[in-house]
Design a binder for this molecule. Structure first.
Ligand SMILES: Cc1cc2nc3c(=O)[nH]c(=O)nc-3n(C[C@H](O)[C@H](O)[C@H](O)COP(=O)(O)OP(=O)(O)OC[C@H]3O[C@@H](n4cnc5c(N)ncnc54)[C@H](O)[C@@H]3O)c2cc1C
Length: 580
């Protein structure tokens, strides 16, 4: 038996819940399912700290937000998507306010906004430094008020069902029982978030394993701009836990081993008329992470058991401001690093934070595979191009979650509630495959954890902050070997209740696909742009590469990279200088 819903949303984070609400709002007659491998409030959105960008102040304009985003992306974003994004972001944040989101306010009661890296005006709305928690909570409680939204909490999606070039639903496992179900639908919206766990040091939660990217890729939808991986300059060294950019927005300094604010020696492209933004620590994330590598090469970083670090100094901000604006930073430092930022320096290093690339969609969230939509970090619309500006991602989840939900609702309503018989057969085949895997006993098998650790090291060494042809070729060979070993990875736990080993195996399979797409796309882009820095091709090359990469899976399982022109509406490619 298959469960039927008109629209299936995979993912219960910011994008998924916003999409589900949009479907319910657009057409109350539709049945919507939200499937999530964790309880929705545990989605990674909950850990967003700094804020959400949208024009609010009277001296700010949509054009300025658009321009900052375009130049921040190193001109690789699609400008029609950016124009839609900046226009709809303020409406989305206001709607959230009406649904109950407690945005921080100025003393006069107006919405408070803070500065964020690469934005030349203050336009980042925040709820102290727990923005993601409040945003997700608001969406969750709003979703609860729609009885047509049915939730599959702690269900894991393993496959998208496709017939004749159209998506008709998914196969999912109920984690508590091991029950495998075919869940059919006329439209599927992927909102499964990013894939930071492909790398060893990351701010991303353990659940961010690129499942949705690999699901779409295997179903025949292309992935776009996968070579662009954002490093955040300030993660805690061992855990990778994020110390939000808000800490630097509020005035924090980055110091090398001599206590020197080293960023003054680097070109961050941030001359700006506004004194508050003259703060060099608020340069764009890619440039700050690259400056760290140069300091390391000069011997100016501090060695620790968890790699080289620099220090973030918040002491001059004082306890009062830290407790008011950065309480979560203080809590994280105390709990996970055993230090108090009011009196001590915070050790930090660049860590993988965000995927600019993802499932290729148009500005309605539709992928080239009919019936399949995507929104949020799993998708590449693209507003982020080669480098995302901090605080653009949460509003992206809202704006494009809403758009994908609306488009999928209209699409699903056009069809009867019947799916081809081949879909049910495919669901049965997938259930058999999973059951066989669970029962398979492999002699002398390869360990999942070993392959995962080696894959992460391969990615950091081959496609880290700086890459070159040799490092990428080596990484491609190593990944091919890891894939062979993965075929012999066995599962020791043959039980059906909460079998986390089976899930780790499925996630590793998805991560190996995503890792290969990153490496192959990076190898072919022979230029440096935004987060993709090739030491063998240090300049941006608009003639050859002002284009999105699109990687597709071939029938033999290998990948093939092609290119798609970038959409330019009003801002021709220029030099990447902020604040002008
Ligand atoms: C620590 C941190 C701080 C951040 N701070 C900010 C910030 O201040 N401002 C900002 O704009 N951005 C920030 N970001 C980025 C932003 O939070 C994320 O890009 C965004 O929240 C992603 O939302 P999402 O809905 O796309 O995915 P997620 O919130 O990651 O949700 C993914 C969902 O998909 C589900 N899922 C995944 N795979 C499967 C599967 N196989 N089967 C079933 N369900 C599945 C998960 O259960 C989950 O519900 C931050 C990111 C991090 C990591």
């Amino acid at each position: 038996m298959a469960d039927y819903h008109d629209v299936v949303v995979v993912g219960g984070g910011g994008a998924g819940l916003r999409a589900a609400i949009a479907v319910a709002e657009t057409n109350p007659a539709l049945r919507v399912a939200v499937i999530s491998k964790v309880y929705p409030m545990r989605s990674h959105t909950v850990s967003a700290e700094g804020g959400a960008a949208a024009v609010a102040a009277p001296d700010d304009t949509l054009d300025e937000h658009a321009y900052d985003t375009v130049s921040g992306s190193d001109w690789l974003c699609d400008q029609d998507a950016v124009e839609a994004f900046v226009a709809e972001a303020p409406r989305e944040l206001l709607r959230l306010e009406h649904w109950g989101c407690p945005w921080s306010r100025q003393p006069d009661g107006k919405i408070a906004v803070r500065a964020f890296g690469g934005m030349k005006k203050k336009r980042t709305w925040f709820a102290a430094d727990r923005t993601g928690f409040h945003l997700l909570h608001t969406l969750f409680q709003t979703a609860l008020s729609y009885s047509d939204i049915v939730r599959y909490d702690e269900w894991y999606v393993t496959k998208i069902l496709v017939d004749d070039g159209r998506a008709y639903g998914v196969v999912a496992i109920e984690l508590a029982t091991g029950r495998i179900e075919t869940i059919t639908a006329n439209a599927v919206i992927l909102c499964t978030g990013g894939c930071g766990r492909v790398f060893p040091f990351t701010t991303n939660a353990n659940i961010k394993t690129g499942d949705g990217m690999a699901l779409a890729y295997r179903a025949g939808a292309p992935l776009k701009d996968m070579e662009f991986v954002q490093y955040h300059p300030t993660g805690l060294p061992f855990t990778g836990i994020l110390i939000t950019e808000a800490a630097r927005a509020e005035g924090g300094w980055l110091l090398n081993k001599d206590g020197y604010r080293y960023l003054q020696d680097y070109d961050l492209g941030t001359p700006t008329p506004e004194p508050v933004l003259r703060n060099m620590e608020l340069g764009p994330r890619d440039r700050l992470s690259q400056a760290f590598v140069h300091e390391m090469e000069k011997g100016n970083t501090i060695d620790t058991p968890y790699g080289p670090i620099v220090n973030l100094d918040l002491r001059h901000l004082g306890a009062k401001l830290i407790d008011l604006k950065l309480p979560f930073v203080r809590e994280l430092c105390s709990k996970y690093q055993n230090i108090d930022p009011v009196t001590e320096l915070v050790p930090v290093r660049p860590v993988v934070h965000y995927m600019m690339g993802g499932v290729h969609t148009d500005i309605r969230g539709a992928t080239p595979l009919e019936g399949l939509y995507a929104a949020g970090e799993v998708a590449c619309v693209s507003i982020n191009g080669a480098n995302r500006l901090g605080s653009n991602s949460l509003p992206e989840c809202l704006v494009f979650g809403n758009r994908a939900g609306r488009a999928a609702a209209v699409f699903a309503a056009r069809y009867h509630r019947e799916v081809p018989s081949s879909i049910v057969a495919q669901g049965r085949d997938e259930a058999r495959r999973l059951a066989a895997e669970l029962g398979r006993r492999v002699e002398g098998h390869q360990r999942i954890a070993d392959i995962r650790t080696e894959m992460q090291a391969t990615m950091e060494n081959g496609a880290g902050i700086y890459r070159d042809g040799d490092s990428l070729t080596k990484a491609a060979h190593e990944l091919a070997e890891l894939r062979l070993r993965f075929r012999h990875a066995g599962i020791d736990d043959h039980s059906t209740n909460f079998n986390t080993e089976l899930i780790a195996w499925l996630e590793l399979g998805f991560m190996l696909d995503v890792a290969e797409c990153i490496i192959d796309s990076a190898a072919l882009r022979e230029e440096s742009r935004g987060a993709h820095q090739r030491t063998d091709f240090p300049a941006r090359d608009d003639e050859r590469f002002l284009a999105h990469s699109l990687v597709r899976r071939q029938p033999d399982g290998s990948s093939r990279v092609g290119y798609l022109p970038v959409t330019i509406t009003r801002w021709p490619p220029g030099e990447r200088i902020y604040g002008r």
